[in-house]
Design a protein around this ligand. Structure first.
Ligand SMILES: *Cc1c(COP(=O)(O)O)cnc(C)c1O
Length: 431
């Protein structure tokens, strides 16, 4: 980035590079020059809290409560069943899908917002296996998000046609892609470490081997520029409640590449995906294109929230989001490492921002306790078993100052042993 110096490196006496911190003036200058600084005003951010968990649950955009109230009181309350036509409820999956399409490099009409990521993955995977009937292997990363693996395992069992879910390490994916693989199923940004896969290169490799590629964009959509079209992805799925800020349990999305959209015959066939739902035809005929990926009645209230939430992206250049995201992550790493030398904290994310999603994670043996103590001190991140302290960076809401302060508070919690208090060892249901 122009206009500021990255944290430098000092050579210490024993030759080990030591990261320098930034001065308060340098950090203020970064905030003053931040082209995204005005976006924060479009969100409700509780006073006195540093929120580094927008990668798990995005903060509330101010436009959402009004929109949801309108959907409840005016549309539902006053219009009742007429809302499906008069308020356009029936078109929400496509309307919201088009807003997401813009963020992931998909053409209009190739994405719908519906169901959960898990369900959409089942739709994508079953459709992809249908397109490669003669092949039996689903290839994925052993460290992929568990629900992705569970969905594949359940489908293999349910189809009972001798499919196999083959799991390898990230570094082995390329070589494991051979002519027996039906589908490559990966998450672009690793949920624990933020490590990025090269979506374009691996999709090209999959295609060269005659396989299809499904990408989970849960930690990508709204976090940095994505180009499913340029990468040639066959299918993609992702979350509405993480970087897209659609609220807890928001509908997810599914993308089907245009060349497949009219060829797939959905495994989850439901009336909303029928060519003419209101013909009440006893036999399923898939709807045109992406419409066939719909199953049941759209979640209108949740879709209304997500629809309004997506408007914060309308004037946002995702390249600026990416630049700031990398700068925030670099700053956090530099500040933590500059102030803390304890052996109990070790960077788990790629140091190179270009290889990292919008998060920074550290290994820490007492990471759960430390995260609880940190949350009590006003910095919210999260913990991922077995030992990951995870910090998400959402450039639309965060300032450089907050990120530097969060680093100092983390260092204090660790160096003063605050995390050892017994209340921080109590495990909650959700971590
Ligand atoms: C968050 C996340 C999910 C969540 O799936 P749901 O069906 O919405 O619960 C799936 N995959 C990945 C990679 C995720 O990060």
């Amino acid at each position: 980035m122009d206009g500021w110096d990255k944290p430098g490196h000092d050579e210490t006496e024993n030759g080990v590079a030591k990261v320098q911190g930034m001065t308060p003036d340098q950090i203020s200058a970064l905030d003053a020059q931040d082209p995204l600084r005005a976006k924060r005003a479009e969100f409700h951010i509780p006073e006195g809290l540093i929120y580094l968990d927008g990668n798990s649950l995005g903060p509330l955009p101010k436009a959402v409560p009004q929109r949801v109230c309108h959907a409840i009181e005016d549309e539902w309350g006053r219009r009742l069943i007429r809302g499906w036509n008069e308020a356009g409820w029936i078109d929400l999956p496509r309307k919201v899908g088009d807003k997401i399409a813009r963020l992931i490099g998909a053409a209009p009409g190739t994405v719908i917002a519906a169901d959960s990521t898990s369900i959409n993955l089942l739709k994508a995977l079953s459709a992809a296996l249908e397109l490669r009937r003669e092949r039996k292997i689903i290839l994925s990363d052993a460290k992929n998000f568990p629900t992705d693996l569970y969905v594949a395992q359940g489908l293999v069992r349910g189809l009972a046609r001798g499919h196999e879910l083959k799991l390898v390490e990230a570094s082995e994916i390329h070589d494991a892609l051979d002519e027996r693989v039906a589908v490559l199923m990966l998450t672009e940004a690793d949920y624990r470490t933020g490590q990025l896969y090269d979506m374009r290169a691996l999709t090209a490799r999959a295609h060269k081997m005659g396989a299809l590629a499904i990408w989970d964009l849960c930690h990508s959509a709204g976090a940095f520029p994505v180009d499913v079209t340029g990468a040639g992805a066959d299918f993609a799925v992702g979350c509405g409640y993480k970087y897209l800020n659609g609220g807890p349990g928001a509908p997810a999305f599914i993308y089907v590449a245009p060349q497949h959209a009219s060829a797939v015959s959905p495994f989850l066939a439901g009336w909303m995906g029928h060519e003419a739902p209101f013909d009440f035809d006893p036999f399923y005929r898939p709807g045109p294109g992406i419409d066939r990926m719909l199953v049941g009645t759209p979640a209108v209230l949740s879709l209304s929230a997500l629809d309004a939430a997506l408007d914060v992206f309308a004037d946002v250049d995702m390249r600026l989001v990416r630049e700031k995201s990398i700068a925030l992550g670099d700053l956090f790493i530099a500040e933590v490492e500059h102030q803390y030398a304890g052996a109990d904290l070790k960077l788990a994310s790629p140091r190179d921002g270009a290889k990292r999603g919008s998060q920074v994670s550290f290994h820490c043996a007492h990471g759960y306790e430390a995260m609880q103590a940190l949350i009590a001190a006003g910095v919210i991140g999260d913990f991922r078993a077995p030992d990951i302290m995870r910090f998400g960076f959402t450039p639309l809401t965060l300032s450089y100052r907050e990120v530097a302060d969060a680093a100092s508070i983390l260092v204090r919690v660790l160096s003063e042993g605050e995390w050892k208090k017994p209340q921080y060892a109590v495990r909650a249901k959700v971590t």
